[in-house]
Design a protein around this ligand. Structure first.
Ligand code: F6R
Length: 643
């Protein structure tokens, strides 16, 4: 056992023994990122495997699938390949499997486990156990009982790894599952099938049932580690940790287990009382960030604007020590009001010749070079179309950088339409190659990567739509860059890990443009999603470029994508939009026709992108107004990133 491994061991501590974990009923460890958390978990697994090896014993692991444990498995494979971690003494039991589904199906958990872990380590095939999605309905009950018995005869699970569903399921123990449940079949919840729909290319292809270990099977494990990454999981994590035990949120059953630790990243922890409103838990450090957060929360709770808050409001809401340290409500209110007022600027590139002491951006240089990184070809206009428009009209040299081709989000029908239109206008000789492409659509196998020719066609459709929008916004094509980052080009939903080439291409582009401002999508909602990966690539490139002279004069602003918005206390630049600018932004979004009307990857929000964007921008404006600031039609919001 190496010292490095020893140090990172996740140790269980009973919740309720620390003042700051008031309200919490499950032990949790909050980490900076899913990468850090995954390493901690992988190290705990490795440590246990080695301890058991030292004692000449088998190590029984309970394993999960889904997006959350992917980087845990990646780290385990690394430990095996680079640090000689042997899996020879490992017996594994997977939590669940879709039913019915054959092993060979790329969506099966059987396939997932082999491609992400088992094929890359030296576990003995006879020690791998995964519930079968292939047994006949008559034999199903018997096979569930024998799975349960097999776990028992292996001596029970030493360490069970879990993810958590957005409905609070663990394994496939959906809401309503009983505390005493064991391995059995279950009908999947609509939300579970909805979450799985993109992977299966549509909810209609997601199996309706699954075989899953039961709650009792999980609770029988000697140690449980549950992981959750991203703000998408924040709400359910709060309910699991702070809520009462209830069959409606099966994760709460873990409160019965005395050796469970949740490993969660900052975003997944963001709804916990001690993170969201720390002043309600214990005395908090009243730095500027906490002051803003608390005062804006107080406005929301009391439904008052900033300048109407009284000493009594502060005292009655756990903020009396803030008053004691920082004077009266009057002083605090004025400080907050001014801060928010100063975040508003119609000059996102800085106002030339103006005193910029209290403005979000510098006045100099008056004309700036700007890069707007857009993860997909459309995030630029969806998320910051109004600001993009202002930057161009205020004379800045705006470069749009589309990081990925976005090709998998174009439907086959849409792509075929373009081919057919083309074939109506070309000679019969040229039509041969179009004909070949049309044929390629007939033999598409949704389980396999789409052929390169089809990916390129779909990429080209998104490229042409984007150029329509950027021309409408008034920038020359030479300032529009299509990076087609390689990590994205798999022809499938699952992407490749980020490679050096992704970073090198990004570094080279930034270096070529030498921008004064960079805008990037700061979406942290889905830690494995394309936006997060694209952001990590930008961050990594900034780290590399930091020593360069031109970077001293380069400010980075983060916007949020189609899904979330910054909380008001996080906003450092609020760019207001007039009703006319709202319309211009809408038109620019309309150029992205392939992403309109029931797009392929809609997520759990059924509104079209332009509606989401408008509703979000108007909501921000309404919030500013409710806090006592001026009334605008819409506001786009940004937060500065210091690299
Ligand atoms: C997977 C499993 C599920 C997932 C959960 C979260 O074996 O049993 O409970 O852990 O649905 O999935 P992700 O990690 O994809 O968000």
């Amino acid at each position: 056992m190496t010292d490095k491994l020893k140090k990172s061991l996740l140790q269980y501590k009973a919740p309720g023994i620390f003042e700051e974990t008031r309200y919490e009923k499950l032990h949790n460890v909050i980490v900076k990122s899913s990468t850090e958390g995954s390493k901690l978990i992988a190290n705990s697994i490795a440590l246990l495997i080695k301890e058991k090896q030292d004692q000449n014993q088998m190590c029984v692991l309970g394993l999960a699938t889904g997006s959350s444990p992917l980087s845990v498995y990646r780290e385990l494979v690394r430990l095996h390949k680079e640090e000689n971690l042997s899996f020879e003494n490992v017996i594994s039991f997977n939590l669940d499997e879709y039913y019915p589904l054959v092993k060979e199906d790329v969506q099966s958990y059987h396939y997932f486990m082999h491609s992400n872990l088992f094929d890359h380590v030296n576990i003995k095939p006879e020690n791998i156990n995964i519930p079968s999605g292939e047994v006949s309905p008559e034999k199903l009950r018997k096979s569930c009982i024998s799975y349960e018995n097999k776990i028992k005869s292996a001596g029970g699970i030493d360490l069970q790894i879990l993810g958590i569903g957005t409905n609070g399921h663990i394994g496939f123990n959906e809401p309503g599952s009983h505390l005493n449940s064991e391995t059995r079949t279950i009908t999947l919840d609509h939300l579970t099938r909805f979450d799985a729909a993109p992977a299966f290319q549509g909810i209609e292809n997601v199996p309706r049932k699954a075989v899953t270990m039961g709650i009792q099977t999980i609770l029988n494990s000697k140690r449980v580690l549950l992981m959750a990454w991203g703000s998408y999981k924040a709400e359910i994590i709060q309910k699991a940790i702070e809520g009462e035990i209830s069959c409606f949120i099966p994760t709460t059953y873990l409160q019965h287990h005395k050796n469970t630790t949740l490993v969660i990243d900052n975003e997944a922890a963001s709804e916990l009382t001690r993170i969201k409103t720390p002043w309600l838990v214990t005395s908090c450090e009243w730095n500027e960030a906490n002051r803003s957060k608390a005062i804006l929360w107080l406005c929301e709770t009391t439904k008052k604007s900033i300048l109407k808050l009284t000493d009594e409001d502060y005292n009655q809401h756990g903020m009396s020590d803030l008053l004691a340290q920082h004077g009266s409500a009057y002083d605090l209110n004025i400080e907050m009001f001014n801060k928010l007022q100063r975040s508003i600027s119609g000059w996102p590139g800085g106002k030339p010749n103006a005193d910029d002491k209290y403005r979000p951006e510098r006045a100099q240089p008056a004309s700036k070079k700007v890069i707007i990184f857009s993860p997909h070809p459309d995030d630029d206009v969806i998320s910051m179309g109004g600001t993009f428009d202002r930057l161009v009209s205020q004379g800045h040299e705006v470069h749009i950088v589309y990081q990925t081709s976005g090709n998998i989000a174009v439907s086959d029908q849409n792509a075929l339409k373009y081919l057919e239109v083309t074939s109506d206008f070309i000679s019969s000789k040229e039509n041969e190659s179009i004909g070949k492409l049309i044929k390629a659509f007939e033999v598409i196998n949704p389980q396999k990567p789409a052929p390169r020719s089809i990916c390129d066609l779909k990429g080209s459709i998104r490229k042409r739509e984007s150029l329509g929008a950027t021309r409408y916004m008034g920038i020359p094509d030479s300032q529009v860059h299509f990076m087609n980052l390689p990590f994205y080009e798999t022809g499938m939903i699952a992407k490749n890990p980020v490679s050096k080439l992704d970073i090198d291409l990004t570094v080279a582009l930034i270096e070529k443009i030498k921008p004064h401002q960079i805008y990037a999508a700061g979406d942290l909602a889905d830690p494995h999603g394309t936006h997060r990966v694209c952001l990590d690539i930008v961050f990594e490139s900034l780290k590399i470029l930091k020593p360069k002279k031109f970077m001293d004069d380069c400010w980075v602003w983060l916007y949020r994508g189609a899904w979330h918005e910054w909380d008001i206390h996080e906003i450092e630049m609020a760019v207001p939009m007039s009703p006319d600018q709202v319309l211009r932004k809408r038109k620019a979004i309309f150029y992205h026709q392939s992403q309109k009307d029931g797009v392929m990857f809609q997520g759990n929000d059924h509104r079209e992108f332009w509606i989401r964007a408008e509703e979000r921008n108007t909501a921000t404006a309404k919030k500013y107004q409710a806090l006592g600031l001026a009334e605008y039609a819409a506001i786009e919001a940004f937060r500065r990133y210091f690299y």
